[in-house]
Write a protein that binds this ligand. Sequence first.
Ligand code: NAD
Length: 462
Amino acid sequence: MKAHDGMYIDGAWRPAAGQDAIEVVNPADEQVIGRVPAGTAEDVDTAVRAARAALPGWAATPPAERAARLAALRDVLVARKDEIAETVTAELGSPLKFSQNVHAAVPIAVAGSYAELAAAYAFEEKVGNSTVHHEPIGVVGAITPWNYPLHQIVAKAAPALAAGCTVVLKPAEDTPLVAQLFAEAVHEAGVPAGVFNLVTGLGPVAGQALAEHPDIDLVSFTGSTAVGRQIGATAGAAVKKVALELGGKSANVILPSADLAKAVNVGVANVMSNSGQTCSAWTRMLVHREQYEEAVELAATAAAKYGERIGPVVSAKQQQRVRGYIEKGVAEGARLVAGGAEPPRAQGYFVAPTVFADVAPDMTIAQEEIFGPVLSIIRYEDEDDALRIANGTAYGLAGAVWAGDQPEAVAFARRMDTGQVDINGGRFNPLAPFGGYKQSGVGRELGAHGLAEYLQTKSLQF
Ligand code: NAD
């Protein structure tokens, strides 16, 4: 794998301030596939200065020209989609087909959507005797995780650039290679120097320096709730805007009138895809007591089929974490019906597709985000009980409802405390706002709502 030994700052690859490096490991075979520099506060400062210097020019660039650069960026991503897929497979471990269909394809769709939105968005509106200007918020510090490494970068960088903001990105340390590829794509697309900058490095060093930098106007963070809380507190103390996309523990509610086999099979596929490392995954399946045993059997059979196809989790640390949760599930009395804590292969950070039945709503595995291929099936008595369980966690990122007819599913979905609900298996929509209720976050990404996060209003009265 190709790796740069510098930082992309002010339109060029520049040597890092320090000598330290981060090794990138392929989680499927545990081999080191590259090294990237471990940035310091000094690198972050250089990048923020570049972004600040580029801000007036980019903010004043007509939206149509910003849209043209984003369209060019989308075209470069399209031209390099195979390389993107191979890079994500190498550093994240996801099967190549999934990398092609999701890790490469979704960012292309999102970049394309912002090329269109930048051109069409009403950056100016009339309200009575006022003209309201929607202006870029300024210099954005973007901090992203590893689970959808390019999507999470594009979901921040594309709307920020569309809005007229400039960006400093600190990507996850486990997946920095696709971030470097993205910086190359930005360069090839002709985005002016300093508008987008990349600093690779460790979270508590480079990430923290970026979040705390006084010359950043907005911190946009995706990652764990623990780090998000810390970033929110830092931003609050500095009276700085913050956007947080955090964890989830979503409920897949199967109402008695639903097509049970379909709901269970799609539900298992949802949890197992990307080896369970999806913040919006429906990791709690809620089934009526009369259909419970049938659902458990269906889920165990469906999970077993993923045994051969599932990729590893991202790192040895993540594998240990997930195995710990599986052991905890057994210790707390849940019934293991598929998989288990034993690694299915001697090499690589694999975890067996795991299904627990007889999970009580307050068990650790039903409350905490596991971020691995682990499904908990919970029994409910009636609809009110199902709703209480569905809403009974600290999170509220996503969910699903299945019912015999759409209005019944929609009525239930409207009572859920969560930011996204898929009705009877509704498809992902890259234009729909994505983000959390409760401790799943603050703010929204994607589409016009995602663009609005990077704008502030100025009202002129006449
Ligand atoms: P993480 O919070 O440890 O890391 C995320 C990013 O923050 C990384 O770039 C990391 O280097 C950086 N970071 C770590 N410590 C930091 C600090 N003290 N200051 C500043 N930056 C710091 O999370 P992770 O383990 O990489 O990712 C998994 C988590 O992300 C899961 O909890 C998952 O639910 C969540 N997630 C949420 C969404 C969403 O959209 N809501 C999407 C993907 C992942």
